[in-house]
Design a protein around this ligand. Structure first.
Ligand SMILES: *Cc1c(COP(=O)(O)O)cnc(C)c1O
Length: 449
């Protein structure tokens, strides 16, 4: 047999000394992709210890795979559903069926799943702006929400914010140990409180991510004080990480992005809102128009990717999750603070690593970039991103621009110099990406292994 295709360095002599058996080993491939034997060995030893964790993740993926399949079968997804409509998009079978599939999956009365929802922030803004009215109050009992929501709410003034429409906002921070401040939450709920927003993922903070069970406890507490308050959960990065979703523990609405977990890496755009019929109807009337609601909104040719991506989402999420666990174990072993830590249970796919130096953050991001299938040859540099008070470095080489279910990392160049890493459409890719970060960090002389 000939393996000339693997002669990547054009080094004929060396190739001839290599036996076919060696050339078919993964270590040989890693070597050709710039991974030293030391990095390979170090990471392999860590990986070997993670098998029990990975089996647990696989069990969740298996459960969720069946859940997705059941929702698709129960709603009679057919070949015709994969086609699209144009123009007004009346009677779009594929769109209506997909929304029914999401409603089944999340055990909700209804859902809105659209390419016209441009991103996660848009989906959240839509849910908030459509379900709140002037004079109402929004409460976040879990501290500061995701950065981009500050302008939606009006914490930072912005055109069209909730504040501009006379909707007030109140926030109760988590206690220093990460627990809910029940006493102050009780005080914050008042006659104006109409909607409570709960962010499941830590986002780019270092607080713990909330488990679905904890979200359930919080919702029960709030509903006991005020039963008719709408409890909304920002579900970004959390979908399919557990066997339950927040709507299984009392959430009235869950909201998320299709270029994260539920799009399975295939959805090229989109967002979803699943929940009570009245909540989803409000959102639909705002997305399109009062009176039109869900009845319009052509799906164009995008539905196949939405279905296909949703079908793959449980296993894609599992791969990303294994990558996060792997990274936590590598960097904790090297003495860095990691959130979540190497053994904690996981409730989203984000992994934070605190390097304590700008060089560490930059080297890590360079490694992620060098592992990408797209744009692997470019070098990420810190830049002045709009809306941030420090320079930010980002690494991504994705098939879908900005997709963070694909392998990606970013970090603000400021203390504590933490990098936030997530994604990987396959565990094999996530694994390689993390090995590339380690190689990059080692080559930069930041750690020794
Ligand atoms: C990503 C994210 C958002 C915003 O989604 P975009 O698609 O980036 O607009 C909101 N909340 C959380 C927790 C997120 O992770």
């Amino acid at each position: 047999m000939q393996y000339n295709a693997l002669d990547m360095e054009g080094n004929k002599d060396k190739m001839m000394e290599t036996t076919n058996e060696e050339r078919l080993s993964v270590q040989y491939m890693y070597r050709h992709l710039g991974i030293s034997d030391k990095v390979y060995q170090f990471s392999k030893e860590i990986l070997d210890q993670l098998q029990p964790r990975f089996e647990e993740i696989d069990r969740t993926a298996e459960y969720n795979q069946l859940k997705v399949l059941k929702a698709m079968q129960d709603n009679k997804v057919s070949e015709a559903c994969l086609l699209g409509t144009t123009g007004y998009g009346y009677n779009d079978l594929g769109r209506e069926t997909l929304e029914a599939v999401y409603a089944s999956l999340f055990h909700t009365e209804d859902a809105l799943v659209r390419p016209q929802i441009t991103c996660g922030t848009h989906a959240l803004a839509l849910a908030l702006l459509s379900n709140l009215r002037p004079g109402d109050e929004l409460l976040s009992p879990v501290g500061k929400p995701y950065d981009t929501l500050e302008e939606v709410i009006g914490i930072r003034p912005s055109k069209g914010s909730l504040a501009e429409y006379g909707i007030s906002y109140r926030q109760v921070d988590l206690l220093s140990d990460g627990s809910f401040d029940y006493e102050n939450i009780r005080k914050a709920v008042n006659e104006k409180t109409k909607l409570v927003t709960i962010q499941r993922s830590k986002g780019y903070q270092t607080r713990p991510t909330l488990s679905v069970a904890r979200i359930g406890e919080l919702i029960s507490f709030i509903k006991a004080i005020k039963p008719d308050v709408i409890c909304m959960v920002d579900n970004c990065y959390g979908e399919f990480v557990e066997c339950m979703e927040p709507t299984d523990v009392g959430a009235d609405m869950v909201v998320g992005s299709l270029i994260k977990n539920p799009g399975g890496g295939l959805a090229p755009i989109g967002g979803y809102i699943a929940g009570k019929k009245a909540c989803v109807e409000n959102a639909a009337f705002r997305l399109t128009s009062p009176g039109l609601g869900k009845e319009v909104g052509a799906s164009l040719g995008i539905l196949r990717d939405f279905y296909h991506g949703l079908f793959l989402a449980p296993t894609v999420t599992a791969g990303a999750l294994k990558g996060a666990v792997f990274a936590a174990n590598i960097y904790e072993r090297l003495g860095f603070q990691v959130v979540p830590n190497s053994t904690e249970s996981r409730h989203d796919i984000i992994q934070a690593v605190e390097f304590g130096t700008a060089e560490g953050v930059i080297a890590f991001c360079k490694g992620i970039q060098a592992a990408a299938p797209v744009d692997s040859f470019v070098t990420p540099e810190p830049w002045d991103m709009p809306g941030y008070d420090a320079q930010v470095i980002m690494a991504a080489g994705a098939f879908v621009s900005g997709s963070s279910i694909e392998l990606s990392a970013d970090g603000p160049i400021k203390p504590p110099y933490a990098v936030y890493f997530q994604g990987g459409l396959t565990f094999e890719h996530a694994r390689f990406g993390i090995m590339k970060t380690l190689q990059s960090v080692v080559d930069a002389g930041i750690v020794q292994i």
